[in-house]
Design a protein around this ligand. Sequence first.
Ligand code: GDP
Length: 197
Amino acid sequence: MIIKSATFIASNTRSDKLPPPVIPEYAFIGRSNVGKSSLINMLTDRKGLAKTSQTPGKTQLINHFLINENWYLVDLPGYGYAKISKSKREEWEKFIRYYLRHRESLQCVMVLVDSRLEPQKADLDFCCWLGENSIPFVVVYTKTDKQSRVKTDQRAAAFRKAMLQYFEEMPQQFITSSEAREGRDTLLAFIDETNKG
Ligand code: GDP
């Protein structure tokens, strides 16, 4: 897929103010600092489209970007930030979970996982919740330029093993690095192929 246009459409703090669900959308989510903004900017080839290194857990916004006039890239707030207050976390839970469960135009959730870490409970819990709610998702490993390919493969295998405790099959996985622009074509091709718009 060639990115011809990428336009910011709206930031929302409430699910009932979102753009009408008439265009297929792909939502990006992960633990705070996982590299989500960098990945969005790398995929769209727009440096400042998603703001990088924001204070984690501060703003709970759903950002819609219209890509090529035919799909929405949705930037969801990060989860699993230790310092976030309980009330903020509950707010996140309600808002994002509601969005994920009820958004009829949602095609797939891209769950970003830091390729350098052991399987994290927050990631596994979140994937399980998606599974329980029959929400389609894939796993996207980030920051792979920070280590050898062998290490990335080991981490991915460990995550897969942890997932298979709960899932019969491992969802599709993608290896990416925003720094090295790795995985861009594969991820965009996946979106192209699954986009039912
Ligand atoms: P977000 O909080 O998930 O949106 O994460 P950011 O995109 O802001 O990235 C968090 C930090 O990780 C920043 O310092 C980025 O420069 C760095 N980072 C993100 N992606 C990569 C990557 O692919 N490679 C490297 N080396 N650093 C990355």
